[in-house]
Design a binder for this molecule. Structure first.
Ligand SMILES: NC(=O)c1ccc[n+]([C@@H]2O[C@H](COP(=O)([O-])OP(=O)(O)OC[C@H]3O[C@@H](n4cnc5c(N)ncnc54)[C@H](OP(=O)(O)O)[C@@H]3O)[C@@H](O)[C@H]2O)c1
Length: 415
């Protein structure tokens, strides 16, 4: 049954990020992970680390006691004192069977993430599974579960709104900007070339905006971002004499004083009186708010976006119930798949045996008679024997799979 699956994990729900960091192993091929698997007699193991959890998914037939938690911590962190090891172990969660698989599926569907519905987790799990496999720690049981996990997570994303509606400030700001700046030739000025504007720039590229100028304190960083946007780079003080006007101004620097002062803003306007869109993603604001009553402007700032992010997050949360019921349904499907696979594996010797019987018949039992046949007759016998071989292999596999399916159907109905 599924009792062989277990999950040992440390997550943001029951431990601070600092503690989680202590159980991170640098490399999936690390001898520490091999040691852990060997010491605890795990048949297969997959280790994952994301920004808010570490987890050891493992397969082992037979009982698994709570004592393994301390042993696991001691193996991964032999350098820590016994008290420190115990402190980490006390915050770890050990789940078994269907509970372990359910939690694993919830992780893949990003139902247990800091921000619910981050699709990125599927890619991370896939990549980390590949590393674990390359390190030789996984086998058929985890391969089967991983395939099922990815299918389930995709189903959840397509059938629920768990990953819908943006919750990141930059994505929301871009969405808001699009409402008033839709012309891809609009004159866009970016002030700042740090992480935030770089992320914003990715949206500009994706949506085909082609008239972008980057202003930044260090011209090198401005140039880097401008290159990525196919735009122009200028130093920050060029804001004082820039004369080409603008439609949209996006400001995001780590300065603690306004970078876009009323005088600078007036210069940037170049006498234009149309309503401009200004996006200020800095904390504190980098656009002096005295411009608001003085000029026609649609002002987008973090404060308003935070509220929208909260509403969107609440929507995603409300989809959690649908996602949980998909997981409950899918657990039955996994039970069936797992059983079918065990049947397949237990019958894997049959094709070999049938082939051996065929070879014996052709070259030993009827060896002389077969050799005496002309080439045409030999070819026909070989074709017929090949046909029989395939049919003989298929019969027991089909029969046992059907029996298992019926048996599983009874179990599911009785639950
Ligand atoms: N990162 C996020 O996810 C995020 C999300 C929402 C809001 N924010 C806010 O956005 C702002 C920028 O964050 P970030 O993550 O993009 O920062 P960052 O990657 O550290 O980049 C900082 C940017 O600000 C410029 N800068 C720093 N001090 C300055 C000063 N005194 N005058 C003019 N320019 C200055 C830097 O110019 P150089 O290239 O010359 O160093 C660089 O372009 C912050 O207020 C932050 O709170 C960040």
């Amino acid at each position: 049954m599924l009792d062989g699956y277990h999950l040992l994990t440390l997550t943001h729900r029951n431990a601070p990020l600092e503690t989680i960091g202590k159980m991170v192993v640098q490399d999936h091929a690390s001898p520490l992970l091999h040691d852990l698997k060997d010491r605890l007699n795990w048949e297969e193991m997959m280790y994952i680390a994301t920004c808010n959890r570490v987890a050891f998914l493992f397969y082992r037939q037979g009982p698994v006691s709570q004592d393994i938690v301390n042993e696991a911590v001691a193996t991964i962190r032999p350098d820590l004192s016994a008290a420190e090891q115990e402190d980490i172990a006390a915050q770890m969660l050990l789940l078994h069977g269907a509970d372990a698989i359910r939690h694993w599926l919830e992780v893949a569907a990003s139902m247990d993430s800091l921000v619910i519905g981050e699709r990125e987790i599927i890619r991370q799990l896939r990549e980390q599974y590949d590393h674990n496999r390359a390190a030789g720690n996984t086998g058929d049981h985890l391969r089967l579960l991983m395939r099922f996990t990815i299918e389930t997570a995709k189903e959840i994303y397509s059938q629920t709104g768990i990953g819908e509606k943006a919750v990141s400030v930059v994505a929301l700001a871009f969405g808001e900007m699009l409402k008033s700046v839709s012309d891809r030739n609009s004159r866009i000025l970016l002030v700042g070339a740090g992480q935030t504007n770089t992320l914003f720039g990715k949206f500009l590229v994706k949506y085909g905006f082609r008239n972008v100028t980057v202003f930044n304190r260090s011209i090198d960083n401005a140039q880097l971002l401008a290159d990525a946007l196919n735009g122009r780079a200028l130093p920050l003080d060029a804001l004082d004499h820039y004369s080409e006007g603008f439609d949209c101004l996006i400001v995001s620097t780590a300065a603690t004083e306004p970078v876009v002062t009323p005088d600078r803003y007036k210069n940037l306007l170049q006498g234009e009186t149309s309503c401009k869109t200004v996006v200020d993603l800095s904390v504190p604001n980098n656009v002096d708010k005295r411009i608001l009553p003085a000029f026609p402007v649609r002002f987008i700032e973090i404060e308003g976006l935070k509220q929208l992010a909260g509403e969107n997050l609440a929507f995603r949360e409300s989809e959690r119930i649908k996602a949980a019921s998909i997981i409950n349904e899918r657990l039955y499907a996994f039970r069936d798949q797992w059983h079918e696979r065990q049947v397949e594996r237990s019958l894997s010797h049959i094709p070999e045996e049938v082939r051996a019987i065929k070879e014996r018949a052709l070259y030993q039992v009827y060896g002389k008679e077969f050799a005496a046949l002309d080439p045409q007759a030999q070819a026909l016998v070989l074709e017929m024997m090949g046909y029989m071989e395939k049919k003989c292999v298929a019969i027991p596999i089909k029969t046992i799979k059907e029996m298992t399916r019926k048996q599983m159907g009874k179990i599911v109905r009785s639950l």
